[in-house]
Write a protein that binds this ligand. Structure first.
Ligand SMILES: [Zn+2]
Length: 308
């Protein structure tokens, strides 16, 4: 059995503070809770796989939350955002937020850090309903279902988020492993072990997960189990808020709009202003900046002088 526990505190508060300080203002409470759980889950999944690239957990919703995204990278930098349209009723759960019409989807994308030419990111998509067409009540159920469906891995996830802490615990049955010193538990024994540990993990309440230090959570749940613990990654080597936006990337976006479109925006608004949805950074390009974007060597696909 393998497990990962995550507890985001300062970094999670920074996400909420940046949003609250921005023009759009704070997300409604149910959206903050969903995003916190997504941030914790993306970090758990990133830590649980050996993959050199970003893990992007995304929900395309058909309720008031149209898109919610949490992205974690191998250096444990993470960022997240959500786009909300209309009112969010207090206390809204996952179905009301993102699956009001039953068409919500959850996607997990693995985007390699150094993509080879022509290489596409791997993406798995699941609906937000279980085998009996009932909406999952919470994100943990969706992701457990995804792991079982896509990787055939029995997984137990506990997620919780408040305005101060976003936390999670992941327990997974590792195929082909299961013991030490040659005492490998197989078949029925391994399943029994997993079930026992999964039941212990599932007994963890959101309140405990949010309020107790990780070591105490592990001790309370698994004090009768043989537990091998890795050194926790905290401080500079631990999870932190980090955005990968840059002026160069925004310049690339403007370039992809095309010179005519860019000129149109400049004529109308005097400048091109692009805000990052993840960190709140505003990028402004005036006419001179925009001209430089299109003048940069290699900026344009070679234009034919005769064919427009
Ligand atoms: Zn940004």
């Amino acid at each position: 059995m393998r497990g990962v526990a995550v507890r985001l505190t300062d970094s999670w508060r920074e996400v909420l503070r940046r949003r609250a300080d921005g023009a759009a203002g704070a997300w409604p409470q149910p959206v903050r809770q969903l995003l916190g759980e997504m941030a914790a889950a993306s970090m758990l999944m990133q830590s649980n796989i050996k993959f050199n690239g970003a893990l992007v957990l995304q929900i395309m919703g058909d309720g008031p939350v149209k898109v919610a995204v949490a992205e974690s990278r191998p250096d444990l930098g993470f960022r997240c955002t959500a786009k909300v349209v209309g009112d969010v009723a207090p206390g809204s759960g996952l179905p009301a937020l993102v699956n009001a019409g039953g068409h919500g989807r959850c996607a997990i994308t693995l985007d390699p850090q150094e993509r080879l030419p022509g290489q596409q990111p791997y993406q798995g998509v699941v609906s937000l309903v279980d085998a009996d067409s009932a909406s999952f009540g919470a994100l943990a159920g969706v992701l457990e279902h995804y792991m079982l469906q896509s990787e055939q891995l029995d997984t137990r996830l506990v997620l919780a988020a408040s305005d101060d802490v976003a936390a999670g615990l992941l327990i997974q049955r590792v195929p082909g492993e299961g013991g030490t010193q040659g005492a490998v538990a197989t078949g029925a024994d391994a399943l029994e072990d997993f079930n026992r540990i999964a039941i212990l993990a599932a007994s963890l309440t959101a309140k405990e997960l949010l309020e107790l230090p990780t070591l105490e959570v592990l001790h309370r749940l698994f004090w009768e189990e043989k537990l091998l613990r890795h050194e926790p990654q905290t401080g500079v080597s631990g999870p932190r808020f980090a955005c990968t936006c840059s002026r160069a990337r925004v310049a690339g976006m403007i370039r992809s709009l095309g010179a005519d479109e860019a000129q149109g925006i400049l004529a109308e608004q005097g400048q091109i202003e692009v805000g990052c949805d993840f960190c709140g950074q505003q990028y402004r390009f005036d006419a001179v900046d925009a001209a430089a974007v299109f003048a940069a060597p290699g900026a344009n696909p070679p234009a034919s002088p005769t064919v427009q």
